[in-house]
Design a protein around this ligand. Sequence first.
Ligand SMILES: *[C@@H]1O[C@H](CO)[C@@H](O)[C@H](O)[C@H]1NC(C)=O
Ligand SMILES: *[C@@H]1O[C@H](CO)[C@@H](O)[C@H](O)[C@H]1NC(C)=O
Length: 215
Amino acid sequence: MVWSKVWMLRGLLVAVGLLWTLPVWVSSVPNTLCGPLETLRQQLSSTFRRRYLKHNFPINYTIQVHYEEVFKLHNISRLRNENEPAEDKDLQELWLMVAKTGIKRILWVLPERHPTRRRYLADLEGLFRNFEQSYVEMNPQEERVLPDSIQDIWDRLNDPDYQGWRSVKPKSLLDNCYRTLLCLFKDCFVEDKDPYDYCNRLHWRREKIQTPQPT
Ligand SMILES: *[C@@H]1O[C@H](CO)[C@@H](O)[C@H](O)[C@H]1NC(C)=O
Ligand SMILES: *[C@@H]1O[C@H](CO)[C@@H](O)[C@H](O)[C@H]1NC(C)=O
């Protein structure tokens, strides 16, 4: 009697153990990443973007960034339509790099005690670090030949002598970061009742008309 109970318990534990070690892939984005991504999404809300990246800066204030540090929805569709299409993982890694660089560029122009630094970007940087940690755990680095289009972008991003600057508003960097976040990780954000295609620029235009958002 006692033994059979023990065996049952063991059986149960083994079953639980097995279930627990089964990889929990919803689709292309593992579930465990959705928590950190949702936190990032909230921190990148339009209210925060407006308050900390627009109202806290002089009108039409711009900073200098490299061309490759501008990463928009149309970059994603173009890279997906290359002869050698970029994979989601390529685009996600690029997104992360561009986002971290953008935050650093904004921080560089801010005085030590600027509220955007202290109340917003410092936290945001931490959230990106947390996400990156989970992302790297879920996507162990592998030796792989990247599509040329992606490799070229990485080369330019990492080239200290590369000259190719453009002026952008700080808010537009994070607006793009937000939209491309929802596009590249949409498995975490799309619900059944949600008809939106976050990768489609028309979706965002429609949203702008419904809820006017000065940019
Ligand atoms: C800011 O930019 C907009 C559009 O480029 C322009 O119409 C406006 O006059 C600018 N405002 C200032 C204060 O420079
Ligand atoms: C995105 O497109 C813009 C303009 O078409 C280009 O300058 C930029 O380098 C592209 N960004 C990336 C990361 O490819």
